[in-house]
Design a binder for this molecule. Sequence first.
Ligand code: SF4
Length: 444
Amino acid sequence: MSDKLIVIEKRVYIKTFGCQMNEHDSEWMLALLEECGYQETKRWEEADVILVNTCTVREKPEQKAYSIVGRFQQLKENNHDAIIGIAGCVAQQRGEGLLARMPTLDFVLGPGKIHKLPEILRDVKSGERGVCAVGFENGCPTNLPIPRTRQLRSYVTIMQGCDNFCSYCIVPAVRGRECSRPSDEVLAEIDALVQRGTKEVILLGQNVNSYAKNNPGELTFPRLLAKIDEIPGLERIRFTTSHPKDLTEELIEAFGTLEHLCEHFHLPFQAGSNAVLERMHRGHTREEYLAKIRALRKAAPQISITADVMVGFPGEDDDDFTQTLELVQAVEFDGFFSFKYSPRQGTRSAQWQDDVPPELKQWRLATLQELQREITLKKNKKLEGTVKEVLVEGRSRNSPHTMMGRTGCNRIVNFPGESGLVGELVLVKINEGLQNSLRGELSR
Ligand code: SF4
């Protein structure tokens, strides 16, 4: 007997915090619920099921998730049948503790148990209160439905979890140890997505370049990319996130050889000082990082490089911070995500004194961001007069007569055009480089 719920005209509202992995998990949860007869609503007030998919990598999104769940609890007062669940990394980390803290919560669902969602809803509907499904099973979940929420650009998870145990990072605790999906399953999913209109795939994983390292006989990540590159109809391949220590020569070479691999590499460096990197347990030095960037630029001179960087890690002194600024200056990133360190319970660094004062963290963050703003603007201005291939994604948010798309290097380009261009690869002459985007016109 099928254990799928048969429900007609039920509505689910999903609020997602955090990274692309979480966004994709939400897409998976929605796809599972759609198979059970649910429809997505963007209005939480009319939902029968509310899911808050949480992130615990930093403190801010975690606190936001708590406050939003508190707001949704009002719904319970008007609609006693509404079901409220917390999913994601906070669910995995806090588990039963969330049920104690929020008595109106119906269930808690960790990222390793997403496939159990229909079953959990069935249990809650039949009267079970406070269901807690956390932990991990052996290997990545298989046979999850293919989300249909995205068309042109689709996420495809190729691996989950992380074995690196950086001292500040909660991921290995909340996402489990590394596991990779079989390549034939990944390829079949991408094939199916292309049949539905996908032109660009973004391969996801905490550390994609160690794909299949625990699966003897499986394709390596560069070989998987080569197979994906052969899928007819697929125009672009991107991936995120990578770890510098696992960036191999074979992967670097792929940028020079694979036709559809976008010239963009997101390579977190986190800090510019070897002393800080060592305390972070990153497994690479500043010199090794810079050597990998040089090799990437040799293989693909136009490649855009983005990163993640943190300020205010325990023990970071002025000299360490200066080294981070120098590294940013030396690499001239195309952009980065930057954060202030905050201790996450359950990590090694949380046991150390958080000794950089908040005002100093804030100053360092602002200084770093200002430097990067100058670099980004300079690089965008340099593109004026060039012609770029752009995948048109839709109308610009700011003007109905302007279309928006992305270059292979992941820069946003706005240009006058018609909506019939959506999904097309067009050539755009860049007329103006701005801080966060480029402006241009169709090149004839
Ligand atoms: S590589 Fe480090 S920072 Fe990245 S997910 Fe793994 S443990 Fe966290």
